[in-house]
Design a protein around this ligand. Sequence first.
Ligand SMILES: *Cc1c(COP(=O)(O)O)cnc(C)c1O
Length: 381
Amino acid sequence: MSPDATPFSPETQAIHSGRSIDPTTGALTPPIHLSTTFERDGDGSYPKGYIYGRSGNPNRDALEAALTTLEKGSETVTFASGSAATFSLLQALSPADHVIAPQSVYFGVQQMLSHVFAPWGLSHTLVDTTDLAAVAEALRPNTRLVLIETPSNPQLAVTDIQAVADLAHQANAYLACDNTIASPVLQTPLTLGADFVIHATTKYLAGHGDVIGGAVVTRETNSLFAQLRLVQTIGGVVPSPFDCWLTLRGLQTLPLRVRAQAQAAQTIATWLSQHPAIEQVLYPGLPEHPGHAVAQKQMQGYGGLLSFLVKGDQETAMAVAAKTNLIARATSFGSPHSAIEHRASIEKGTTTAPNLLRLSVGLEHVDDLIADLDRALMLKN
Ligand SMILES: *Cc1c(COP(=O)(O)O)cnc(C)c1O
């Protein structure tokens, strides 16, 4: 039976999808195909299906196949970064189209919409996508794409995927869901009606903090996806064979990593929510989180990322982050190494609270992480 078949659990699919025993050597670990070019037959055909490394490569095909299986889609295009994935999807639209994106959308996406695509003619509206009435009101006759990010970064706001998919489809628009924070282990948006899933594979999918990458998975092969494939191969923002190999390697442990990180994040979020130095914890796994009920409906766990507001101002929050030892002061998330970040100081012009710290829970023992946070929070008082 193919490892892509549905009876297999994500753990099994993560290990077997996109991988097969190398027919020339019997190697279980796939080789890295660095060749930029592939030989033609005398009749001009390409007997193995590969022509040139930008248009296709065996390591890239393997990664795309694995991501398609894990996200329960029909096809995947991979890119050199998560930003390139969203950028290319926007580029596949027409300049007269309109896009709806979340008010709290990933900072880089807000930048590309305002500074690259608006001058090009693509208009956009930023709305609170957790508010269905606001999404309905923002839809226009030329809205071609609704972009959501759930849970969102760094607010951990939860958008109802199925409800927004219904609204988008009623208006003849596509829904693209950034699934970077949840990963397909905890949420499969294509099964809830989304047309595309976007990933910064940089985060949980590659999972080891050593490769930048991105992907778009489609539910079915439609005209926008065909254009996106063209943007990938002609635009050439492709991941290298080694990047694809590393990401496929990381995928093997994705379900185990994400479940462990989500469990530790739940423990830490609960502990922080009772800590006297904390004003508020933003984590969809907490019953008091405004998106908890929707998250419970559409997720199988709440993920390894959380944010918290420290009692005090920007300086207080910075001082807490300055005191952690195990937890690194660094951007990004999804690595084994836990990381804490003061978001407002790197997101210029967003509404992120000055006393907010985002915590990416890694794979260290949860007791050690709590001790590190406790020390940092106590020193503040
Ligand atoms: C990190 C991230 C991106 C950008 O990915 P890069 O690989 O850094 O370009 C986009 N969206 C979300 C939600 C992210 O977390």
